[in-house]
Ligand binder design. Structure first.
Ligand SMILES: Nc1nc2c(c(=O)[nH]1)N[C@H]1C(S)=C(S)[C@@H](COP(=O)(O)OP(=O)(O)OC[C@H]3O[C@@H](n4cnc5c(N)ncnc54)[C@H](O)[C@@H]3O)O[C@H]1N2
Ligand code: MOO
Length: 411
């Protein structure tokens, strides 16, 4: 086990976890209704069974016609007769030569028409002989026409295996008529929270106790990732209780995540419990907050021990657990996007560890820091827009460009 100095870097630790996840792919897949597949992971690549659009149709409300007829009508100052009306969902008849068809957005183009003139660009004349349009604009062939397969070509791969399905992907799948999708089965993740000081919101707070905020943080983060959460609640600070809960949780789940008790005090039982029931592969990372992060295996389940401090728990979940759980389900690209942003603050004291500072974008496009960067100050995570990834040993001056990872990339 690697646990002595120098501490593992963030990248080294992440590599160890991702490597383990890559070699233990969760193979079970199921066909799920597309409507229920939000946030789930696609198990196999999807090829389009049809073209989108499947037919040529109009992009505007206006008149469908032939560009040569339009040119002729303008040159001879002869309005074009309106020979039919085509609404969306109602295929029209072939276009009579030398006429225009009233058409609406999304309606099928009539055979023989090659363009659409917006109704704002022509005048409708109605008289005893019928309806005519006078064009104030000379359209080009193809204008305001949506062509077959313009968005999606039949047979092309529209979604790759390992894609995390968001609203956009589900919309795209639905646009080619897919009512169900092959998805990875959700990961079963057990969580428990160590600490005699923990009480649940809704219960009175005894002297010296604190509320179990991590239970709410971690449950929500796992839910966002589409995991099936098995919450074992609060476990007292004893090696026996920690070991038995760990064993039971590992028996029934793919991953066990704990909070607290990961550090070095006598009341910190996570490390000895994991060593007794399984194997610790990694402990203590050069990251602030979050140094005591632990990773290992108990039975067939992976184990991740998050530090008890709420901000440490939150940050290490985002940096390590999120990519790990995504990779376990076959997601290839698990790295969050980061941006170079100007610091509008001073960070005078360099740390030995790689720091992740809670920061907010200001109106000038620069970054400001939450005044207290303590590991227990959860307010910083609500105030902030994301994390500044500050390398070990680095101070920051106003005007320096820093690496910023928005929370939207991490949650
Ligand atoms: N002598 C040392 N002490 C500590 C070290 C160290 O290297 N040497 N590391 C510090 C660092 S860094 C961190 S981070 C913490 C993490 O310690 P643990 O994972 O053992 O967590 P606990 O001691 O159980 O709790 C720490 C802190 O967080 C509060 N807590 C715990 N669970 C919850 C919860 N579910 N919800 C809200 N708050 C929680 C707990 O009351 C403590 O205040 O260790 C340092 N110590
Ligand atoms: O790493 Mo701890 O999270 O600094 O407080």
């Amino acid at each position: 086990m690697k646990n002595s100095s120098p501490l593992l870097s963030v990248n080294e630790a992440l590599s160890i976890m991702l490597e383990a996840a890559t070699h233990a792919p969760m193979t079970h897949t199921a066909q799920l209704p597309t409507l229920l597949a939000n946030n789930r992971i696609l198990a196999s690549s999807i090829s389009a069974p049809m073209n989108v659009p499947s037919i040529e149709n109009s992009q505007m409300d206006g008149y469908a016609l032939n560009a040569l007829d339009a040119q002729n009508s303008i040159e001879t100052n002869q309005p074009l007769p309106v020979s039919q009306r085509i609404a969306a969902g109602h295929p029209g008849k072939p276009l009579q030569a030398g006429t225009a068809a009233r058409i609406f957005t999304g309606a099928p183009m009539p055979h023989g028409a090659d363009c659409v003139v917006m109704q704002e660009q022509c005048e409708l004349i109605e008289n005893a002989d019928g309806k005519f349009i006078k064009l104030n604009h000379l359209p080009k062939a193809g204008e305001w026409v949506r062509h077959i397969g313009e968005d999606i070509r039949r047979g092309s791969v529209i979604l790759k295996a390992g894609t995390r399905l968001r609203a956009q992907e589900l919309g795209l799948a639905a646009s080619v008529g897919l009512a169900t999708l092959p998805i990875k089965r959700p990961l079963k993740v057990a969580i428990f929270f160590t600490g005699d000081e923990l009480a649940m919101p809704g219960d009175p707070l005894p002297p010296g106790a604190i509320y179990n905020s991590n239970r709410f943080l971690i449950n929500s983060l796992l839910e966002n990732l589409g995991c099936e959460v098995h919450d074992f609640g609060i476990v007292p600070d004893s090696l026996g209780a920690t070991r038995s809960t760990l064993k039971q949780a590992a028996f029934e789940n793919d991953v066990v995540i704990t909070s607290g008790g990961a550090s070095v005090g006598e009341e910190d039982h996570i490390k000895p419990a994991v060593e007794a029931e399984g194997k610790l592969n990694m402990w203590q990372i050069s990251v602030k907050p979050g140094k005591p992060l632990a990773f290992g295996q108990v039975g067939r389940a992976f184990f991740v021990g998050l530090p008890g401090n709420p901000v440490s728990s939150f940050v290490t979940f985002l940096l390590f657990v999120r990519p790990f759980l995504l990779r376990l389900q076959g997601v290839v690209d698990v790295a969050p996007k980061s941006f170079q942003v100007r610091a509008d603050f001073t960070w005078a004291k360099a740390d030995k560890r790689n720091e992740f500072l809670r920061a907010k974008l200001n109106a000038d496009g620069g970054l400001e820091l939450f005044p207290s960067q303590g590991s227990a100050v959860l307010s910083s995570t609500v105030w902030g827009d994301g994390l500044v990834d500050n390398p070990a040993g680095q101070t920051i001056q106003p005007g320096d460009m820093v690496k910023f990872i928005p929370f939207s990339e991490l949650i």
